[in-house]
Ligand binder design. Structure first.
Ligand code: TXA
Ligand code: MG
Length: 347
């Protein structure tokens, strides 16, 4: 899952002392901001109900929104889930460790605090060396021990792809909300994991991500359609998420110059391919070049949105990316970040 691309980040070497400190924090029920290959997670010991509750409090997240349980390896699936279908084993064997979350029927260990009271649990085995080191250290006594971790951002805000994003949003104690923020560098994938629901009769895609629909279909030899409305709740699907504070508008690249002109007098920030940013005379106070490769684009998306959001613009214009399987997750995140007035969907 690490295709070549300009600026592929290399994670800094794992800091064993920091990992040991993080494990101590987790053992005593505290919260750790944990680098994963997708985005930073806000981790708590998944078995510790009050620690899990503290995650919801720190994020300001409604209690009925389930958390993802991060496990050391596929052998832990049966500790957290029951009636596991073959398709789940196939996907875990193919994509774990990696940016794929499997929604399965829960076992008794997956308590209501994790699942929002639903009969399912989301499981993921992260690939980032820091996350793996932490799970290795945490599972010395019990191989199925796990951390519950949503993205380490305040509810509804842009997910953090760098430790600095977590520091700026949730912050570290005593002034902030997190006991320990681990800095494992910029997240190499940059957007949240693909989520597949395997709790029903057939696999359904709940959230597109860097493991694409075509990759899932190839692994399963079966179609993986979108979830219908009976699917388990995933707040990422139900409402505006991943949104900058500045209103964001998606515009077809061909219509961008005209839109910028029409908005003369407004302070604009623009994210578009270099070729669409050539008109230096436009009244734009901040501009960022949209990467032409979807892997690079995903890796940089949240950092670019954080940057443009901080520019003091009245509006962020984003050129709609190309179509196609590799771009599906980017369309999903940008649509959610867009405001309704622009025609962007708010689910
Ligand atoms: O890449 C990721 O998935 C990151 C990193 C930290 O692992 N985590 C993440 O967590 O994005 P969060 O909580 O921000 O988003 C998880 C999504 C939510 O939309 C949640 O509703 C959905 O996963 N989810 C978790 N458990 C679920 C379940 N049992 N059924 C349906 N959706 C579930
Ligand atoms: Mg999130």
């Amino acid at each position: 899952m690490s295709p070549p691309g300009e600026g592929s980040p290399v994670s800094p070497p794992v800091d064993a002392a920091a990992i040991a400190a993080a494990v101590r924090v987790l053992h005593r029920g505290g919260l750790v901001a944990l680098p994963t290959e997708t985005v930073y997670g806000l981790a708590a010991d998944a078995d510790n109900r009050s620690a899990v509750q503290a995650v919801f409090a720190a994020k300001g997240r409604p209690a009925d929104h389930p958390l993802i349980v991060h496990v050391r390896d596929g052998a832990a699936i049966d500790a957290w889930a029951r009636e596991v279908p073959q398709a789940a084993r196939t996907l875990a064997a193919r994509f774990w460790p990696g940016p794929l979350t499997l929604v399965l029927r829960r076992s008794a260990r997956a308590h209501d605090g994790l699942t929002g009271g639903q009969d399912t649990v989301g499981l993921r085995c992260p690939a980032h060396p820091w996350a793996r080191a932490l799970l290795e250290a945490l599972t010395q006594q019990d191989p199925a021990r796990a951390v519950a971790a949503p993205s380490a951002n305040s509810f509804g805000r842009i997910s953090p792809s760098q430790a600095a994003h977590v520091r700026a949003d949730l912050g570290e104690k005593p002034s902030g909300k997190v006991d320990l923020i681990l800095d494992g560098g910029a997240c190499p994938v940059g957007i949240e994991s693909t989520i597949v629901d395997l709790s029903g009769d057939a696999p359904r895609l709940l959230r597109p991500g860097s493991v694409t629909r075509e990759q899932l279909q190839a692994a399963l030899g079966a179609p993986v359609p979108d979830a219908d409305s009976d699917a388990p709740r995933a707040p990422g699907r139900l409402e505006s998420h991943y949104a900058p504070r500045t209103p964001l508008e998606l515009v077809d690249e061909g219509a961008l110059a005209a839109r910028i002109n029409a908005l003369r007098g407004e302070r604009l920030a623009v994210l578009a391919p270099a070729r669409a940013l050539l008109d230096r005379g436009a009244p734009v106070i901040a501009r960022a070049i949209a990467p032409s490769d979807p892997v690079d684009y995903a890796r940089r998306l949240y950092a670019l949105l954080h940057e443009l959001d901080a520019a003091g613009a009245g509006r962020i214009l984003v050129a709609r990316p190309p179509q196609g399987d590799a771009w599906e997750a980017l369309h999903d995140r940008l649509n959610r970040a867009a405001t309704p007035a622009s025609g962007g969907e708010r689910l």
